[in-house]
Ligand binder design. Structure first.
Ligand SMILES: CC(C)(COP(=O)(O)OP(=O)(O)OC[C@H]1O[C@@H](n2cnc3c(N)ncnc32)[C@H](O)[C@@H]1OP(=O)(O)O)[C@@H](O)C(=O)NCCC(=O)NCCS
Length: 166
């Protein structure tokens, strides 16, 4: 999976990008940059061995642009520690003339980096990718406490979430 900036407009501003934050797609080597510990701030996420991580990375790579994991890192930090992440997967439907729906999942910002707008930027990037992919909507599930945050990201209340857990 190539590492490309999903924020081309920002990169083009002023001819030089002085943004202290770089948002890009997940790389295989991000296993060494705190990606799993970051996810564990969201939900149970035991560490994966390097081969286990590589296997899952390769599986997801076969889905191409239908499964996008973005990460944010400090542009100037040599260790390139991952500060934030979020995922978009694209559901291809028969409905709506073969329409596509974007699902935002696994959004988390490192506790030490919250309140700097990273969560907002990651979600906005995912929504833009979904728009560019031709999705007619983007949906997500969240707790009531996060309603205000996702409202800031442009989402509105719609329906009721239901689940079966195994
Ligand atoms: C929720 C989370 C992703 C927000 O990330 P963040 O980088 O701190 O958020 P931002 O700094 O981009 O905040 C964007 C806006 O949302 C608001 N906001 C952020 N978190 C909020 C919350 N929990 N409740 C209400 N508003 C919130 C901010 O005040 C900000 O508003 P402003 O632009 O008016 O100042 C982060 O707190 C987190 O990782 N939490 C734990 C994991 C989690 O719950 N993930 C979501 C799973 S559905």
């Amino acid at each position: 999976m190539a590492s490309t900036s999903p924020e081309p407009a920002a990169a083009a501003e002023g001819g030089e990008n002085n943004d202290p934050i770089h948002i890009r797609r997940l790389e295989l080597s991000d296993h060494e940059r705190g990606f799993i510990p970051l996810l564990s701030q969201l939900s149970a996420c035991p560490d994966l061995t390097a081969p286990e991580f590589a296997t899952r990375f390769a599986e997801l790579a076969t889905q191409g642009d239908d499964h996008v994991i973005l990460v944010a890192e400090e542009s100037s930090a040599p260790e390139r520690w991952i500060l934030a992440t979020g995922c978009l997967f694209v559901e291809r439907k028969f409905l709506r003339g073969g329409g596509k729906v974007g699902h935002v999942e696994d959004v988390v910002v490192d506790a030490a980096a919250r309140g700097r707008g990273l969560g907002l930027r990651i979600v906005r990037c995912l929504v833009e990718i979904a728009r560019d992919a031709g999705c007619y909507k983007v949906i997500l599930d969240c707790t009531p406490e996060l309603r205000a945050y996702y409202a800031k990201c442009g989402f509105v209340d719609k329906g009721v979430q239901m689940a079966v857990y195994f």
